[in-house]
Each structure stands twice: as C-alpha cells, then as structure tokens.
Write a protein that binds this ligand. Structure first.
Ligand SMILES: Cc1cc2nc3c(=O)[nH]c(=O)nc-3n(C[C@H](O)[C@H](O)[C@H](O)COP(=O)(O)OP(=O)(O)OC[C@H]3O[C@@H](n4cnc5c(N)ncnc54)[C@H](O)[C@@H]3O)c2cc1C
Length: 244
C-alpha cells in the first residue's frame, strides 16, 4: 500500500545504468582534464581551446540530446544535464560548450531552422568544430523577450539587422550566432524570431568585457552593436530562424 508522502507510482527518479555510466565518464573527464583547463582559462581569460572542445565532441558530450541524423547521440534532456552538472562542478566556463550545444541555441536551430542549415551546422557543433552563441538580451530587455527591439528588415535580397545586444556569452569567439530579433512589427512576442549569423557576418563592436566570477573565460560583453547586411536565404516570418 502506498504511503502518504510516497503514493504508489510508476515514476522513477533513479538514473538508469546507462545514465550512471555516462555520468561517471563525465566525472572522470572533468577531474582528469577540466581541472587544468579551467585553471588555464581563469589565468588567461581565454575560453576552452578548440582541442578541448573536440575532445568533448569525441566523448559525445556536445550532442547528447541532438538527434543522430545531425551527428548527436539522440539522448534526452536529463542525459545532457547529467553531463553538464559534472563538468560545471569544476568550472561553468569550461562546461560552457556543453551548455550551448545541448541547452542553448542549438535547440532553437532544431526547432525552427531550415533543414539545410541544421544539416550544415549541427554535425559541426557535435564534433566540437563549431560553437554557436545566443544573442537574446538587450540593454532594456532581459527576461521579458517580448520587449526586444533589435529589428531585422528585408531590403531587396539583403537582410539588414539593427540593434544593441548585451551579455552574449562567447561573443567574438563563437563561429555562429542565433540572434533573436523582431522580424515583423507586431506587438509582444508575435513578431519575434531569430536570425542565424556567422561570425564573419556579425559587424560587432565588443565593448569592455564584463566578467563574472567563475565565468572569466567566457566573455559576456556589456554591449554588441549589430549592423549586419547579409544575403537572405530563407523566408522572413516568425518564429523561424532566418538564415543568411
Ligand atoms: C553569466 C551570464 C551569461 C549570460 N549569457 C547570455 C547569453 O549568452 N545570451 C543572452 O542573450 N543573454 C545572456 N545572459 C542574460 C540572461 O539570459 C538574462 O536575460 C538576464 O540575466 C535577465 O535580465 P535582467 O538581469 O535585466 O533581469 P530582468 O529581466 O530585469 O529580470 C529581473 C527579475 O524580474 C523578473 N521578470 C522580468 N520580466 C518579467 C515578466 N515580464 N514577468 C514576470 N517576471 C519578470 C525575472 O524573472 C527576474 O526575477 C547571461 C547572463 C549571465 C548572468
């Protein structure tokens, strides 16, 4: 008979044997490799090297909940958080590629990007050759994304983006950016979508670094001024990720 606090239920909060094995692999990698990497990142202020990112990719850490057809392991969100927790215990900055590849902008790409873009970018993210950052926050827009003002407009075959972003972790380092902006002049969230920009397309001026404890190695700049003119390759209708 079920107790008062623990009614009979099929729900289990235990990790499966595979999840435990994956957690142990992550814990060992964190202790054996990331401790020195984190110390070096804190000392130099540089993010984790491409080599370390590729090692994370080889272990499957960068595509845990990305479907296999895009180079990931096809696991679940809990699986990715188990690994992220083990790495972030050592250093949030050193764990950042795992966060961005599993929980951040790649999920937006999976949800709303055109198929060709997913096929082009996601396998490279999973292997550690490519990192994608997210630019959501603005000087007057934090949690309430419905207030954002950065605007993307079609001008002929070009997409012109104007606005100011802040706190884009990895700005200036990451190869790609999912940039949230207003695609239509509709109130609230109705006109909001995203644009995928490669670093070379991002005409950005990085203001003074704003460092956070434990996050020194990942720049979260105060402001990035965006004025980009890119050739538009997809339609411009929210909530799609427009590709340039
Ligand atoms: C280390 C670090 C890294 C970051 N990296 C990135 C990044 O890579 N890219 C990026 O775009 N941003 C990034 N951010 C910004 C982050 O995602 C949040 O957008 C930001 O911290 C919240 O904005 P704010 O501080 O102005 O708080 P506010 O938005 O002002 O929120 C303050 C409080 O009010 C509440 N609140 C606000 N609006 C509402 C509402 N409409 N209804 C109910 N409650 C509300 C919030 O829940 C919160 O408790 C980062 C932040 C940090 C600290």
């Amino acid at each position: 008979m079920g107790g008062w606090l623990l009614p009979d239920t099929e729900m289990s909060f235990r990790l499966s044997p595979q999840q435990e094995e994956f957690r142990d692999t992550a814990r060992k990698f964190a202790r054996d490799v990331l401790t020195d990497v984190a110390a070096e990142c804190e000392r130099t202020g540089a993010p984790v090297s491409a080599d370390v990112r590729r090692k994370m990719g080889e272990l499957g850490f960068l595509g845990i909940n990305i479907p296999e057809q895009y180079g990931g392991l096809g696991g679940g969100k809990i699986d990715s958080l188990i690994v992220l927790e083990e790495l972030a215990k050592i250093s949030p900055a050193a764990a950042f590629p795992v966060f961005e590849s599993n929980c951040g902008p790649t999920q937006t790409l999976l949800y709303a990007a055109p198929e060709w873009l997913k096929k082009k970018i996601l396998p490279q993210v999973c292997s550690g050759d490519y990192m994608v950052s997210v630019a959501m926050s603005e000087p007057d827009t934090g949690t309430a994304m419905t207030d954002l003002t950065t605007r993307a407009e079609r001008k002929g075959d070009k997409l012109v983006i104007n606005g100011t972003k802040r706190w884009c972790s990895g700005a200036g380092y990451s190869e790609g950016y999912v940039l949230y902006c207003r695609l239509e002049d509709k109130p609230g969230g109705a006109g909001v979508g995203a644009v995928f920009l490669r670093k070379t397309r991002l005409a950005s001026a990085l203001a003074a670094r704003k460092n956070s404890w434990g996050f020194t190695a990942f720049t979260t700049p105060k402001s990035i001024w965006i004025t980009s003119r890119s050739r538009l390759k997809t339609s411009l209708s929210p909530p799609a990720v427009c590709a340039t």
